[in-house]
Design a protein around this ligand. Structure first.
Ligand SMILES: [Zn+2]
Ligand SMILES: [Zn+2]
Length: 173
């Protein structure tokens, strides 16, 4: 299994192997050590599996196709455009055929690359784990929760910075 994440220290993207015996992952850029929480990576019948994010406090991960959303969209969009052209030229069967083919290509690509797990909070990606019932598809509700948390933290940081500036100017005066 491996992890692709943004380093919590230098904010560079790094990829590192992860096993059930790793107690930490080091960033190759700044050597910052991300301690793997106990029980995050556990052995499974045919390999290892993951129960939570290892680089941030989040316990929530979601499954997504391991190829970029852009590529998936490009396949569907190309199929749509080509089928519209076929439709406009009254090639009805071509139109259906093309739509079907783009869905099949999308599916075959997924068969090859399968899923990855992504953290809602820090967007770290995990590949090469054994999928379990605990791993679920994207939930907008959970995503919204983390988006709002991020927003709240940013607001708090701004408020703190303002309060500090205010206090500094008081001591100056
Ligand atoms: Zn780093
Ligand atoms: Zn995370």
């Amino acid at each position: 299994m491996n992890i692709t994440a943004i380093c919590q220290n230098c904010e560079n993207v790094f990829r590192a192997p992860l096993t059930d015996t790793s107690d930490g992952v080091n960033c190759p850029h700044c050597d910052h050590r991300h301690v793997v929480p106990t029980g995050a990576v556990v052995p499974h019948d045919e390999g290892v599996t993951i129960t939570r994010c290892v680089v941030c406090p989040s316990r929530e991960l979601y499954l997504r196709k391991a190829f970029s959303q852009r590529l998936g969209l490009a396949i569907i969009a190309t199929g749509f455009i080509l089928s519209s052209i076929a439709w406009a030229n009254h090639h009805i069967w071509w139109c259906y055929g093309i739509l079907m083919a783009s869905a099949v290509i999308d599916f075959l690509l997924w068969m090859v690359v399968k899923n990855l797990l992504q953290c809602y909070r820090c967007h770290a990606e995990y590949r090469g784990y054994i999928e379990t019932d605990q791993h679920t598809l994207f939930s907008l509700e959970v995503h919204e929760k983390y988006r709002q948390e991020k927003h709240r933290l940013a607001e708090q940081a701004r408020a703190d910075a303002f309060a500090k500036k205010h206090a500094d100017s008081e001591t100056d005066a």
